[in-house]
Ligand binder design. Structure first.
Ligand code: SAM
Length: 243
């Protein structure tokens, strides 16, 4: 279970919020039961529950667990808005595959538009999916999920990455692209990949990406759905580094 950093001291953890109900009512754990707690700042601990009550659960830290399941590169996916549950799929599977951050953005050709009054609620819901997927897959960190109302806004946030790519099937046709293997073999410390919406990346956006130093990458000759392209990129990344 992930807790807020201030809820984990040197030798004990206090769990509050929705996880209390999950531990108490769903998992039916009692004092003496063992759980794993993480503070989302790199500390993973094996804990023993000391007390269970409606508002909070107290646990003693038995030991720090060292194994780090994280990728040796900070990976981000700049995912154009796509239809509802496909976005859930990208966040859930992307979390399992080791993503550090999801930068969701309304691309020029995104069919899906988020009403500004609904953004906070949608982002919170996707953050919950990321937290649950991080717990299920044994991650050390919960990926960050943020939203940008335009490609331009996303570009600003993307500038902090060492290597920025945009996945575009058009580049496969005119052959002017590097392969993922070439890019990964340079072992960048951080890497971001932009994935377009159902309607694709527009020529204007591709031009902006080129001007901003983003490198076009092809995922082969077939046209993948947006969510397939995201997961292909992340699978290739973890395959390159971990298998
Ligand atoms: N332009 C496509 C078409 O004409 O059907 C639609 C775009 S595709 C459904 C969605 C996104 O997935 C693209 O913008 C791109 O980012 C990525 N993508 C799909 N196939 C790809 C490929 N072969 N190489 C690189 N990126 C790809």
């Amino acid at each position: 279970y992930f807790v807020e950093p201030e809820q984990m001291s040197e030798d004990e953890v206090e769990i509050t919020g929705e996880d209390v109900k999950h531990i108490d009512k769903v998992m039916r754990l009692q004092p003496g039961s063992h759980i794993e707690c993480l503070n989302n700042q790199g500390r993973r601990t094996h804990c023993k529950i000391r007390s269970v009550n409606k508002e909070s659960i107290e646990a003693d830290i038995m030991q720090d667990l060292e194994n780090s399941p994280e990728l040796p590169v900070y990976a981000a996916v700049a995912q154009a808005l796509i239809k509802g549950d496909n976005l859930d799929l990208v966040v859930q599977k992307g979390t399992e595959l080791g993503v550090g951050s999801f930068l969701l953005f309304a691309a020029g050709r995104s069919v899906v538009k988020w009403d500004s009054s609904k953004v906070e609620k949608k982002v919170q819901r996707l953050r919950k999916i990321a937290k649950e997927a991080a717990e299920q897959s044994g991650r050390l960190y919960i990926p960050d999920v943020s939203y940008y109302p335009s490609t331009g806004d996303m570009l600003e946030a993307a500038s902090m990455y060492n290597t920025s790519l945009y996945l575009d099937e058009e580049t496969a046709k005119n052959g002017k692209h590097e392969t993922l293997a070439e890019i990964f073999s340079s072992r960048p410390p951080s890497i971001l990949a932009v994935i377009g919406p159902e309607g694709g990346i527009s020529p204007e956006e591709a031009q902006t990406f080129d001007k901003s130093g983003f490198r076009p990458v092809s995922l082969g000759p077939r046209i993948l759905r947006s969510e397939s392209a995201s997961l292909y990129f992340l699978s290739a990344l973890s395959y390159h580094y971990e298998i």
